[in-house]
Design a protein. Structure first.
Length: 78
């Protein structure tokens, strides 16, 4: 049975590169996700990004950041 964490890592690694227009938004998702607002998403839509693009990049970045934090926590514990 495959390791679920490894499967998540593979999914995060397989994400398409984010459009440059999403850089500031994705930094916000990484660093302070609780402050993301509907206005942030609407601004991306106004820049021509689709709901699917925004969702996929948001999930990929959040997943990647969650795994990074998991790895750091494990390193501290071990």
């Amino acid at each position: 049975m495959p390791d679920p964490i490894d499967e998540l890592r593979d999914l995060a690694a397989a994400a398409h590169p984010a459009p440059a227009a999403m850089a500031a938004y994705l930094d916000k998702v990484r660093e302070r996700a609780s402050t993301v607002t509907d206005g942030d998403v609407e601004a991306l839509r106004e820049d021509g990004l689709t709901e699917d693009e925004i969702f996929e990049q948001t999930v990929a970045v959040a997943l990647g950041e969650g795994l990074r934090r998991l790895d750091r926590a494990r390193a501290v514990i071990e």
